[in-house]
Design a protein around this ligand. Structure first.
Ligand code: FES
Length: 105
């Protein structure tokens, strides 16, 4: 597993989000209720970027067709659309106030 630094926690306030690209993949780092989450910036339905999606507590809802996902597990939380796959979520560590994404090689 490799750890890649993404952003310093000082840049974050609650409900903030930050997009970044690592090895050609787009990720979204979010903070909600004092907890950080890292997800792939790609809806499990049609792959629309979730940059502007609605975040409520520990869930995120795609604005395109309404699919709602758990930020911790990626699980689909509603029946807004058919054939929706789980959202890719990623572990992270915080070292000296820097958030690192943990990726399997
Ligand atoms: S693309 Fe996200 S719900 Fe359809």
């Amino acid at each position: 597993m490799i750890q890649i630094p993404l952003i310093h926690t000082d840049h974050f306030h609650d409900q903030d989000r930050y997009t970044c690209n690592v090895n050609g993949r787009s990720f979204l780092v979010l903070k909600s209720e004092d907890r950080y989450y890292i997800i792939e910036n790609k809806c499990g339905h049609f792959g629309v970027p979730l940059t502007n999606a609605r975040v409520e507590r520990s869930s995120i809802q795609c604005l395109a067709h309404g699919a709602k996902f758990c930020l911790a597990s990626g699980r689909v939380l509603n029946n807004a659309v058919e054939s929706c796959v789980v959202l890719a979520v990623f572990e992270h560590v915080i070292i000296d106030n820097v958030i690192y994404i943990c990726l399997h090689c």
